[in-house]
Design a protein around this ligand. Structure first.
Ligand code: ATP
Ligand code: MG
Length: 373
C-alpha cells in the first residue's frame, strides 16, 4: 500500500500515519481488496473510515446524537422545519464499487462477505456506472441478519435500505433529498420518510409516529434538516429500548453496562416528557421490568438445565462460499459461532448459526454453583 499517498489523502502526516499503524489504523488483508481501516476516530477522521489499496477513501458514517427530550431538542436544533425519517433497526452498511467489484463495508470498516453478496444482487450496477464514486449508506434489515434479525419489516430475507449518499474521499453526506431522489431513480429501497413538519406541530406529530412505530415493534425516527445543514438526531420508542434491554439481559455478562444504563435513562425522560397517565406509567414500568427480569430468568433457568446460552440467527446465501466467508469474518471479529449444515432451498441455502455468549455462560454457571459475585 502506498503510505505517503494515503497519508496525504486523509490529511495527516506520513510520520503520524506510520505511528498509528497497528494501533488505531489496521490493515485488513481479507477479503479482497486490501484496505486500511480506522478503528478509532483520529485527527478528524471518523472511525470506520477505509482506505483501499488503490488509494480510494470511504469515510466512516457520522455518529448520530440522541434527543432525550424531544421538544427542547427540536426547539434548539430544528426551530424551523424538520424532516422525520424512520430509523430502521438492522446494521449499518456502506456500499461502494472498487475497481470492478461492489463491496459492502460494516460500520467498523470491514468488508462483510454476506452483506456484499446481498447488495450485489439487490442493487442495479447502473448506479455505479453512472456514479463511480458514490457511497450508498444504508441499513441491512430483515430476518436473515447475522447481527440484528428482525421480522417487523416487509422483508423476506435481508434488504438494504439506503438513508444517505456520500462520495468517495468526501466527509460530508448529501442528505435527505438527494438520497430519496437517487433511490427513486435506480429502484433502490429507501428508509420511509414520514414528512416534513413545522416546528410548532413537530413534537406532537413525532410523538404519534414514535408511539405507532413502537406498537409495531419498530425502532424510532431520525430527525433531519431538509436543507442538510444541521446534523441529524435520533429518537426511539419505549418498546425498542425495552427490546434492547431484553436482549442485553439475556446475555447480561456479554453486554456493556453503558448500553444497559443509557436505555433505562431514556425511559425516565420519555415517561416525564410524554406525561404518562397513571395507567401508561404502570405499563411502562411493567414493560421495563419484564424486559430485564424475564429475559434474565430465561438465561438462568436454561443454564440450570445445563443448556448453553446461545443466540440463534439464520442467513440465506446464494453460494455456499459466502457462508464460509461469513464464518471466517465473524471469527475474525472475535465472535464465537457454530455454523449448521446448509439446508438447500430453491434459490440458495439456509444456514443456521449459533452465537455463543461465553461470558454470560461462564458467569451464570458459576453463580448457579454458588460462587459469589
Ligand atoms: P451512532 O454511533 O451513529 O450513534 P450506533 O451504532 O449507536 O450509531 P444507532 O443508535 O442505531 O447506532 O443509531 C445510528 C444508526 O442508525 C446509523 O448509523 C444507521 O445505521 C441507523 N439508521 C437507521 N435508519 C436511519 C436513518 N433513516 N437515517 C440515518 N441512520 C439510520
Ligand atoms: Mg442501529
Amino acid at each position: 500500500m502506498d503510505l505517503p499517498k494515503t497519508a496525504e489523502s486523509v490529511g495527516i502526516s506520513l510520520q503520524r500515519l506510520e505511528g498509528m499503524l497497528e494501533r488505531n489504523v489496521k490493515l485488513s488483508r481479507w477479503p479482497d481488496p486490501r484496505l486500511f481501516r480506522f478503528e478509532k476516530a483520529v485527527s478528524g477522521v471518523e472511525a470506520g473510515t477505509v482506505i483501499f489499496e488503490n488509494g480510494e477513501i470511504v469515510y466512516g458514517y457520522p455518529k448520530i446524537k440522541r434527543a432525550m427530550m424531544l421538544e427542547p431538542a427540536l426547539k434548539r436544533f430544528f426551530p424551523d422545519k424538520v424532516a422525520v425519517e424512520e430509523k430502521m433497526n438492522g446494521y449499518n452498511a456502506r456500499v461502494v464499487r472498487i475497481g470492478e467489484d461492489v463491496v459492502a463495508l460494516t460500520r467498523g470498516g470491514f468488508i462483510c462477505p454476506y452483506s456484499t453478496e446481498v447488495v450485489r444482487e439487490r442493487i442495479s450496477p447502473q448506479v455505479f456506472r453512472d456514479h463511480p464514486d458514490i457511497v450508498l449508506c444504508g441499513e441491512m434489515v430483515g430476518p436473515h441478519s447475522p447481527y440484528v434479525p428482525k421480522d417487523v419489516y416487509p422483508v423476506d430475507s435481508l434488504e438494504f435500505y439506503i438513508f444517505d449518499v456520500a462520495r468517495k474521499a468526501k466527509k460530508d453526506v448529501q442528505g435527505l433529498e438527494s438520497t430519496h431522489r437517487l433511490a427513486e431513480e435506480y429502484g433502490i429501497e429507501c428508509v420511509p420518510l414520514f414528512g416534513v413538519f413545522d416546528a410548532g406541530k413537530a413534537p406532537e406529530e413525532i410523538k404519534k409516529i414514535v408511539e405507532r412505530l413502537g406498537r409495531e415493534g419498530r425502532e424510532g425516527v431520525v430527525l433531519k434538516d431538509p436543507r442538510n445543514v444541521v446534523r441529524p438526531i435520533k429518537y426511539t420508542s419505549s418498546e425498542s429500548n425495552c427490546t434492547d434491554l431484553r436482549f442485553a439481559f439475556r446475555y447480561f455478562n456479554d453486554y456493556g453496562r453503558d448500553f444497559i444504563f443509557s436505555r433505562v435513562v431514556r425511559e425516565g425522560f420519555q415517561a416525564v416528557e410524554w406525561n404518562d397517565s397513571e395507567k401508561e406509567f404502570r405499563e411502562r414500568c411493567l414493560r421495563l421490568g419484564e424486559s430485564i427480569l424475564a429475559s434474565m430468568g430465561e438465561t438462568i433457568r436454561e443454564r440450570m438445565a445445563q443448556d448453553t446460552i446461545v443466540q440463534r440467527v439464520q442467513i440465506k446465501v446464494k453460494r455456499l462460499q459466502t457462508a464460509w466467508d461469513l464464518e471466517r469474518h465473524l471469527r475474525y471479529m472475535g465472535i464465537r459461532v457454530v455454523f449448521g449444515q446448509p439446508e438447500p432451498l430453491d434459490d440458495g441455502y439456509l444456514v443456521r448459526i449459533e452465537k455463543l455468549a461465553m461470558s454470560t455462560n461462564d458467569k451464570t454457571k458459576s453463580m448457579i454453583e454458588g460462587d459469589l459475585w
